[in-house]
Design a protein around this ligand. Structure first.
Ligand code: SF4
Length: 322
């Protein structure tokens, strides 16, 4: 079970002062008051436009980034303040599949070493021989041939490299996997194969997924529940069928209205928003979405709506939903 709250960092901001451009560091709240729980065995989706804080959330959960405040609860333990060796059991239980398999695999390592290294580090295998046997079995399970174990990452296609990334994640027998846009860098024909593989593996090994994507058709296919993020905050969260059949938040409706459909009813009526996504350095007052929302009122400009449960398991942060 995971609960996650917030992450901040710094960005360079350039402004004009006395006729000169000056650069200054400004705090950016990449993720604000984000809180959600992932149940054992479920696939929880995080969706939203690029830059909305999905990947920052994922990297903070796996502790590649440190949280400024908030908690990350895993099996009743707050792991957000653990350091170095204290984190080892967590790092074994929680693994990540990255968006770009090319840059997440060491080009100087043979595939068998990429997969065996975490096994030996976390003592999943007692010897190098056992690790090699496990590695070859894993390669077969993800759809590669054992004789490909001696090759290097550049000798594989994009889809095959993602299979290697999945095998590396499985090597330490994780209970929870964070998949950060795992298919968005792949050809459409390969995407379905990788998604089917990920779902089969989930059924076989029983782990949970945090699945990050901006492709809503992928999310609809793979997720049980999902949260919609905008400017580092959750706008709407709930069961997949509830959100796809009855999206309530204006931003969710805007996102869904942009999904192209061929020969099918659109998910929601076409909707237009005004303006651009504001900079996370200068977050808007009130509702973060008010500058683009066609239903914004005066209240929206000064008061930030809290995420409220409007029906069982369906949460919305909007003043219109009371
Ligand atoms: Fe739009 Fe106001 Fe709802 Fe924000 S709170 S989504 S601005 S109606």
């Amino acid at each position: 079970m995971q609960e996650f709250k917030s992450h901040s960092g710094f960005l360079d901001s350039i402004k004009l002062k006395d006729g000169r451009l000056i650069r200054e560091k400004k705090a950016v709240h990449a993720v604000n008051d984000v809180s959600f729980t992932i149940r054992k065995g479920e696939t929880f989706g995080l969706v939203g436009e690029s830059g909305c804080g999905k990947s920052t959330t994922a990297k903070s959960i796996i502790r590649l980034l440190d949280c400024v405040s908030g908690q990350i609860i895993y099996k009743d333990q707050d792991i957000s303040r653990l350091k170095n060796r204290q984190l080892e059991p967590y790092r074994k239980s929680v693994q990540m599949i990255f968006q770009d398999p090319q840059s997440s695999l060491d080009p100087r390592q043979q595939v068998k070493d990429i997969i065996m290294e975490p096994m030996l580090f976390h003592k999943i295998a007692a010897s190098r021989k056992e690790a090699e046997e496990r590695c070859l079995a894993l390669l077969e399970r993800v759809g590669l041939r054992p004789e490909q174990a001696n090759r290097y990452p550049h000798q594989f296609s994009g889809g095959q490299r993602q299979r290697i990334g999945i095998a590396r994640a499985l090597a330490v027998e994780p209970e929870f996997i964070i998949a950060d846009e795992p298919v968005s860098a792949l050809d459409v024909s390969i995407q379905a194969q990788i998604l089917n593989l990920m779902m089969d593996l989930k059924d076989e090994f029983g782990f949970s997924y945090l699945f990050i994507a901006h492709d809503l058709s992928v999310v609809k296919y793979i997720c049980d529940r999902l949260a919609v993020m905008y400017l580092g905050a959750i706008m709407e969260m709930g069961d997949k069928n509830t959100l796809f059949n009855n999206p309530v938040h204006p931003y969710t409706r805007l996102l869904f209205s942009a999904v192209p459909t061929v020969g099918e009813e659109p998910l929601v009526e076409p909707m237009e928003s005004v303006g651009e996504i504001p900079s996370p350095i200068n977050l808007p007052s009130g509702c973060f979405f008010h500058e683009r929302c066609p239903y914004a009122t005066k209240e929206c400009q000064c008061s930030r709506p809290q995420l409220r449960e409007i029906e069982s398991g369906h949460f919305v942060a909007c003043h219109l939903c009371k």
